[in-house]
Design a protein. Structure first.
Length: 439
């Protein structure tokens, strides 16, 4: 409540619709509702009072006339009764010996009818308004006259009829408007879904720009952007693959020439370098080949994870993992398997045992791979993602690979809209590498 008083607009915002459709509808509905209520209240309340006043005056006039006639010529009673019944819609009954109570019932005092009767009927009177009829009693010589007339004579029906018409037609047009509005919002919603899928590296069906000009423009710009990005990506990959491939031939030639040279320390060193270079090229080629071409499809993460664990490079190392049923994701299964394998291979290579866990929350799905190895110092957690970067500067092939594993893993995670996070493993002392994927 305090918050509401201090920030009324912010607090109100929490209750307002969030979607474009809801907001547009509210913008349409709010003025309509206000105009109708104000006009109904100001104009028709006034008008209705006037109409009721006039009708009350007519009834009072009719009653006063009959009462006056009765008091002057009581012997002509049946004639007035006849006149009142046929022309004034007043049924008249004479009740002898009865008197009028001195005060009116509380709820009828000061109503329009009371005011009108007071003005025109000069004898004591009383009246009662039932759901169907109005019964007025007035004192005359020797008894009272009771007049009964339909309630319709006092209350005009047009007011409620008017309200019903206005509300009914407004509701109808609002329904029509909301249908049109829904169609206007549809292309925007589709664009949002496509953009979301694109960000997560999933494919989406091609669609035509539709709807309002602005939305069409945004859709066109988005589709153009997607095509340009696609082109850029394939171009980059093609170039990379081309360079790596072309370098292979001279490298092979060098390796052959080295093999034919007489053995020496220099030749041995050179041979190691050539070996490392060809390993790097292989890694590059694998990276370039795998990316971009694969299509996303619904994949059971549990099966994918088991597959990655079973295909690890060092099957003799223990992997602790309790199989759970995991969600199905729309991903590139080959690429994602490679990403997971890189993390698992690292953990197995630099540690003795591997622990794998999965976490699910509202926005993200996480697979964490932990080991009991030396871990990665905090200041190096960014650097290890660089291509060919290794913590061990000797680049000894026995202690590590070419240094592309994490680069590739991050690239794959990001192409799925996700991320690779590195942190020290609290439980096992080594590294904790997590693959985080958005839902
Ligand atoms: N689980 C880990 N524990 C300790 N250090 C690690 C771990 N994972 C990676 N590193 C360090 O980060 C460096 C980069 O890892 P990355 O996977 O990119 O390359 P790599 O394992 O050396 O070679 P590749 O994976 O290409 O065969 C590694 O050389 C290693 O020094
Ligand atoms: Mg690696």
């Amino acid at each position: 409540m305090k918050y509401f008083l201090r920030h009324p607009f912010k607090a109100l915002k929490a209750y307002l619709p969030k979607s474009l459709f809801g907001r547009s509808l509210l913008i349409l509905l709010a003025p309509l509702f206000l105009v109708e209520t104000i006009s109904a209240y100001v104009f028709f309340d006034n008008h209705w009072d006037n109409v009721t006043k006039t009708l009350a005056n007519t009834i009072a006039g009719d009653v006063a006339t009959i009462v006056a006639l009765y008091n002057t010529l009581p012997e002509e009673e049946s004639f007035y009764k006849f006149l009142a019944g046929t022309h004034l819609k007043l049924r008249t009954d004479f009740i002898p010996e009865e008197t009028i109570p001195t005060s009116l019932p509380e709820n009828s005092r000061d109503s329009f009818l009371d005011i009108a009767l007071k003005k025109q009927v000069l004898t004591p009177y009383t009246f009662e308004i039932t759901p169907k009829e109005i019964i007025i009693k007035a004192a005359v010589d020797g008894g009272i006259l009771e007049f009964t007339t339909p309630r319709k004579r006092l209350y005009s029906k047009s007011f409620s009829l008017f309200i019903m018409w206005v509300a009914g037609t407004s509701a109808f047009f609002l329904l029509v408007a909301s249908l049109f509005m829904h169609n206007q919002v549809k292309p925007l919603r589709r664009l949002a879904i496509a953009a979301d899928r694109f960000g997560k590296g999933r494919s989406f069906p091609d669609f035509k720009p539709e709807g309002a000009t602005e939305i069409r423009k945004v859709t066109k710009a988005f589709l153009g952007m997607r095509d340009r990005l696609h082109r850029q990506l394939t171009q980059r990959m093609d170039m990379l693959a081309g360079v790596s491939h072309d370098l292979r031939t001279p490298l092979t030639r060098m390796r052959l020439q080295l093999a034919m040279m007489p053995p020496s320390i220099e030749a041995e060193g050179l041979q190691k370098d050539v070996e490392e270079m060809s390993n790097m090229l292989e890694g590059y080629l694998m990276f370039a080949r795998g990316e971009g071409l694969e299509e996303s499809r619904d994949t059971d993460m549990s099966e994918l994870l088991i597959d990655a664990i079973e295909s690890r490079a060092q099957p003799e190392k223990t992997v602790h993992y309790t199989q759970l049923s995991l969600p199905v994701f729309c991903v590139k299964p080959q690429a994602l398997k490679r990403c997971l394998m890189n993390l698992i291979n690292n953990a197995a290579r630099y540690g003795n045992e591997v622990w794998i866990n999965t976490f699910t929350d509202n926005d993200f799905f996480t697979i964490s791979v932990e080991d009991d190895g030396p871990g990665i110092p905090e200041e190096k957690t960014e650097e290890v993602f660089k291509p060919f970067f290794r913590l061990d500067p000797s680049r000894n092939m026995a202690t590590g690979g070419v240094g592309l594993g994490l680069t590739i893993a991050r690239d794959i995670a990001q192409s799925h809209g996700g991320e690779i996070k590195l942190a020290p493993s609290k439980e096992h002392g080594g590294l904790r590498a997590s693959l985080v994927l958005p839902y």
